[in-house]
Design a binder for this molecule. Structure first.
Ligand code: PLP
Length: 388
């Protein structure tokens, strides 16, 4: 019995798989650098160990949404290039500048704040100007780009900032052949050309997320920003499976079965009695619930491997637990229930759960709650680039 076996539940994180995935993605985008996107606690996988493993496998950049996430990585000892992009007024600009973190600027208010913070710190801030090439979320609209670029050039000449990056983000890269992909690429090239003509000399131009890295080679530019694929999950079933791309799922979510018992036919199961045993059977109680990130929408649908057999959630997912109908089998209490993983033992995938819950696999892994310990396997002690 391994030392994690006594845990109620655990998310095992295979860092060797993560390193191998980074190498696969780097090979896919040869000629570009790779940014390991480790926002949202590395999509639920644990930001610090995953960031370390990604670095070991050659990720030149780390990317986070919030500045707090980036600062936490620095505090944990991660050095090298790092970008964070989700800023609100009054954010920790000065701390980010002093921690050598590149920051994203989508508009004039952000440029004013970062310039002020750089002057106060007596440092030059490294900024990536973000273009809204069609996503309609963060980023500067093409109509406002000349004003932002001109102001950034003025701040560059004053020594307050250096524009190290020009960047954007796709809306539909996970939908092969979607017309917005080429439209966004064209707008991105135009906005980059405009900025360069105005004197901006970016180190990196970047727009590709995982689906674009995997399927749109002309989007790679100088840097690709990969999140979900690095965690071994396909960005969308339409693009293919993770195995099709040579990627291996990094997270295995498992629990110890808390109780196995016999019940008669016609027994209602869990809140609302949305499942009734069709015959005398055995039930297994799995001690994970929506407080742990198991989607309640997966009630009656979510797949689980118990005793080597795939079962389906019987009735509703509750806050801390759900039930599976074991069809008369009687695995011992303490047997392993595997909700998802790489599939080696026949367990479901995070993609299977996404389908069962009517969501995307990104949400399945990211929402696994803080009550579930992450058990990191395959860390290298000295940071040497261990093989996959
Ligand atoms: C700006 C930005 N870049 C890159 C990514 C990584 O996307 P993916 O997980 O599809 O690789 C994200 C994630 O949503 C993002 O917000």
């Amino acid at each position: 019995m391994n030392e994690t076996a006594s845990l109620r539940a655990r998310a095992e994180i295979d860092l060797a798989a993560l390193r191998a995935n980074v190498r696969v993605l780097r090979a896919r985008a040869a000629g570009a650098q790779l940014m390991a996107v480790v926002k949202a606690d590395a999509y639920g996988h644990g930001a610090v160990p995953c960031a370390r493993a990604a670095r070991e496998a050659g990720a030149a950049w780390l990317g986070t949404a919030t500045p707090q996430e980036a600062l936490a990585l620095r505090a944990a000892g991660l050095d090298g290039r790092m970008l964070c992009w989700l800023w609100t007024p009054g954010g920790p600009w000065r701390e980010a500048i002093e921690a050598d973190i590149d920051v994203s600027v989508s508009g004039m208010w952000a440029l004013r704040e970062v310039t002020g913070a750089a002057e106060a710190a007596g440092r030059t801030a490294r900024i990536h100007l973000k273009a809204d090439t069609g996503l309609g979320r963060a980023g500067c609209q093409p109509a406002d780009w000349p004003e932002l670029v001109a102001a950034a050039r003025t701040a560059e000449r004053a020594g307050a900032v250096r524009v190290t990056g020009l960047w954007s983000h796709f809306a539909c890269a996970d939908e092969p052949g979607h017309p917005s992909i080429t439209a966004q690429l064209e707008t991105f090239r135009d906005m980059v050309a405009y900025a360069e003509k105005a004197g901006v000399e970016p180190e990196v131009r970047h727009i590709a997320n995982s689906p674009a890295t995997l399927t749109v080679p002309e989007s790679h530019f100088d840097l690709v920003r990969t999140g979900i694929a690095m965690y071994g999950i396909s960005p969308s079933p339409e693009l293919g499976t993770s195995a099709d791309f040579g990627l291996r799922p990094v997270m295995t979510l498992a629990a110890s079965v808390a109780l196995v018992k016999r019940v008669p036919a016609g027994h209602g199961i869990s809140y609302g009695h949305h499942y009734t045993t069709p015959r005398g059977t055995t039930l297994g109680l799995v001690p994970l619930g929506y407080a742990d990130g198991i989607p309640r929408h997966a009630s009656g649908r979510g797949p689980v491997l118990v005793g080597g057999v795939r079962r389906t959630i019987a009735g509703r997912v509750a806050m801390d637990q759900f039930v599976v109908d074991l069809d008369g089998d009687e695995p011992a209490a303490g047997s392993e229930a595997v909700l998802f993983g790489p599939g080696d033992r026949g367990e479901p995938s995070a993609e299977d759960w996404a389908e069962a819950a009517g969501t995307i696999a990104y949400e399945i892994v990211t929402r696994i709650g803080g009550r579930v310990p992450r058990v990191h396997l395959g860390a290298t002690a000295d940071g040497s680039p261990a093989g996959p």
